[in-house]
Structures are given as C-alpha cells and as structure tokens.
Write a new protein. Sequence first.
Length: 147
Amino acid sequence: MTKNMMKRGLAVAGIMALCASASAFAQNKAIDFKQGMPFSDGYVAGKTLYVAGQQGPDENGKVTGTDITLQTTNAIAAVQKVVEKAGFKMSDIVNVTVYVTDLADVPAMNKVYIKLMPDPKPARATVKVAGLIGDAKIEISAIAVKK
C-alpha cells in the first residue's frame, strides 16, 4: 500500500465519520412539544433521548391520588410513552433522576421502580425536593441512548 493510498483511505474514513455525525444531528427533534408550553416532553439529539420530568397525570392532565405507588406507576408509564414515541425502548434508558417530596416514600417507590424498570437498572439519582408542580409526590426524568 502506497502512502497516497493510505492518505486517500484516511480521507475517505474522515469523510464517512463526518457524514455519520451530520446524519445523527439531522435526527434532532422535539417529542410532544405543545405550542405555548416552555418545554417538550422529550428531545432526541442524535442517538440520545432526553425525557423531561414526568409525573404521570391522568387523561385530564391531573395528578391522581396521593399514593406514591400509584404516582410512581403513572410517572414510569409517562416516561415509557415518551420513550416509545421517540422510537426508543425502555431498555435504552441509561440514566434516571427521581424527584420526591418525601424521603419516607422512597421504599414504596423503589418497589414499583424495581418491578417496572427493565434490568439492568439504569444509573439513578434520587433527590428530595420541597415541592413539585400540581402537588405531585414524584417526578421522573430520564436519558436514553440507542444501542
């Protein structure tokens, strides 16, 4: 192989990498953006999906009940809805942040979370907050990466 052939091979490889990178950026799109709202429920950037905090409201947009088990179930279902609408799978989730208003709810939340989130479980942070919009007890955000 001559030096010229090697240079051409490297140039072609560089161009292919640049094209792959550009096509990944071309896939960027908002998921469930509603006009007049200050956020989207999710955002795809290349092969990565960022899921905004989900509380899991009922069909009327209201958080139902004060039971952490029901709210956790609904929040995970809301995350799943965004994930699937974006063309990802729950197993693509690599990171989760759980916001709770009461640390005493964490054991009950964990029981639901363990049951509903696929194995292996993604990396996770659980954060206590002073309050959440709509008197929710829990909100879950996630990051998913297509494999």
